[in-house]
Design a protein around this ligand. Structure first.
Ligand code: 13P
Length: 252
């Protein structure tokens, strides 16, 4: 069975001192979970802190992640950060297509697919986020929406799709304290798994994470679903005790 992956998405939070304190506490508590090698852990941090966090997590077993990556290789794209630049800081993962970027930065399915392509070609593993809004769920469109979002990525990346991580993050569950029920989440994860299967024979190896108000209490049932391979954790990743508690559930 593949190890579960628990990735923290710090979003636009943190600071030099706060990062150091948080990671110190996480590492203190992590020795046990990681010694048993039953879970993989990553933190996706603001770009300006990649260098600091690269140093802080060195040798700890925690992988480093970014929260976005440019669709372009290099050039006149002010403010953008390329996949090669991420590689310079030993970045393993880059979140791509988070709903906050789709919503506030007008990222389209096609743009997200290009970012995934750029990350994969540079050896950075994209964590591709998909998810429906509340209005889309209420209109019975959940499956259509997540399949459309993933289809764009599959079309642009072909068989390399087996190298991605997928995160199902229902927009209505992000930061709201309202989690998808284990049944609701599993149903969508199964749809995504089937879609991956139609494009790669390695679909069972792909981690499909759940994200949206995950905490230690709801993680128990969510992470026991057959197609939920880990979590993408927002708010709870900013508190060492909460993050560690989720990791402990994943490492069981
Ligand atoms: P919350 O865990 O704060 O709901 O955020 C989830 C998320 O958006 C992770 O990418």
């Amino acid at each position: 069975m593949k190890q579960k992956l628990i990735a923290g998405n710090w979003k636009m939070n943190g600071g030099l001192a706060a990062n150091e304190a948080l990671l110190h506490e996480v590492q203190q508590g992590l020795a046990h979970a990681l010694a048993s090698k039953h879970a993989q852990v990553a933190v996706c941090v603001p770009a300006v802190y990649l260098s600091q966090v690269q140093r802080l997590v060195l040798g700890s077993g925690i992988d480093l992640g970014a929260q976005d990556v440019s669709a372009h290789e290099h050039g006149a794209y002010t403010g953008e950060i390329s996949a090669a630049m991420l590689k310079d800081f030993a970045v393993r993962y880059a979140i791509v297509g988070h709903s906050e970027r789709r919503q506030y930065h007008a990222e389209t399915d096609a743009h997200v697919a290009l970012k995934v392509q750029r990350a994969l070609s540079t050896g950075v593993t994209p964590i591709v986020c998909v998810g429906e809004t509340l209005a889309e769920r209420e209109a019975g469109m959940t499956e259509v929406v997540v399949k459309r979002q993933l289809a764009a990525v599959i079309r642009a990346n072909g068989h390399c799709i087996s190298e991605i991580v997928v995160a199902y993050e229902p927009v209505w569950a992000i930061g709201t304290g309202q989690t998808a029920s284990p049944e609701q989440a599993q149903a969508v994860h199964a749809v995504l798994r089937a879609q991956l299967k139609s494009s790669t024979v390695h679909a069972d190896h792909v981690h499909i994470l759940y994200g949206g108000s995950m905490n230690a209490a709801n993680a128990v049932e969510l992470l026991s679903q057959p197609d939920i391979d880990g979590g993408l954790i927002g708010g709870a990743a900013l508190k060492a005790a909460d993050f560690l508690a989720i990791i402990a559930v994943a490492a069981r």
